[in-house]
Design a protein around this ligand. Sequence first.
Ligand SMILES: NC(=O)c1ccc[n+]([C@@H]2O[C@H](COP(=O)([O-])OP(=O)(O)OC[C@H]3O[C@@H](n4cnc5c(N)ncnc54)[C@H](OP(=O)(O)O)[C@@H]3O)[C@@H](O)[C@H]2O)c1
Length: 341
Amino acid sequence: MTKPVIFWLGATGYVGSEALLALNQYLPQPDSHHIVSLVRDASPEKISALQHLYSDLEVVKGTLDDGDLITKTAEQSDVVINTADSLHPASVKAILAGLTARAKSNASTPAPIYVHISGISIISDRCNGAYVEHPKEWSDKDLDVTKLPHDAVHMECELPIAEAGRRVDHPIRTFVLNPGLIYGIGAGMQRTTFWVRDWIEKAKKASYSGTFGEGANALSHIHVHDVASALLVVLRAALTGKAQGGKDCNYLVGVSRTEQRAFAKVVGDCLLGKKLVKEAGCRPWPEDITGPKDNLWWRIYAGNQIVHPNRLYALGWEPTETKKQGPIDGLPQAIDVALNK
Ligand SMILES: NC(=O)c1ccc[n+]([C@@H]2O[C@H](COP(=O)([O-])OP(=O)(O)OC[C@H]3O[C@@H](n4cnc5c(N)ncnc54)[C@H](OP(=O)(O)O)[C@@H]3O)[C@@H](O)[C@H]2O)c1
């Protein structure tokens, strides 16, 4: 019998490769699924590194802009996992087109499954780094993305996914994870998170570590190991029918509550020790470093985003690594890894 197919976009990334490494622990049986991985740099080294993480894996060479290829591959797959770029609506639409065609042509079998990684900034209060006395705390138990402002970050991907999961005819079983800023040194192929690399580059350019606005907003963070386990717990619930997606498809993934300026200060202190900046600590960056207020990065870094992942807890998920090491504790080591890459 042929194995069910998972089409995976972004498997070489920080979250993707961490989840691929742990996949076998969450499948009905080890190696029960065949993976097709979209990879833009399909060098023999990348292919072999991916197959080292999960052996029954083939690579299809392409980018997120190869819409026809993505649609065709999604149509041939039982499950699509997308840990690539949550701000790339064209590739999401191509995936949904392929899965919709599959749902139509296999109407008597269970609907195909789509697991998508988005971001927590859908609920950003856009305070631009200012102190807010009682910022809203969000639970995913009553979260309905279609009720959020339609100009929130990620909505160009979230809304078509919500539509495909809720429609009456040929629905797709959709699941969306919305992680906070992810931290920790990964065990997969990309070992550091983009925002640490981004902060280092901005700090070097400005000669000091900075904040977007005052940096007084608070963010929920999550260790990369726990994002991977969250994705795989949801995947397992989808495969076993324990979770159906649709209206309840969004899972907030974050548990700490850390001020933006708390991690910015650690970056400043570390980089001063390495003589890469001229000041300790942090102070607000000018707009030539941050870009204009309320742009994408202000919404991501400089809004209050405090969440409670109750849907994940209900599935038995635990943020084990986040409990052991918070976002600040391991930051100096993550900076070392990012700088030495
Ligand atoms: N890291 C965080 O703190 C964080 C927080 C919240 C949400 N997220 C979201 O989580 C997802 C994964 O993030 P990550 O940190 O794992 O990112 P990452 O390390 O940059 O990984 C992104 C993956 O997508 C692939 N990719 C990106 N653009 C592509 C393109 N145009 N064509 C083909 N492949 C492409 C990359 O391939 P290459 O190996 O070739 O680069 C890589 O496999 C993203 O959607 C991100 O927005 C991340």
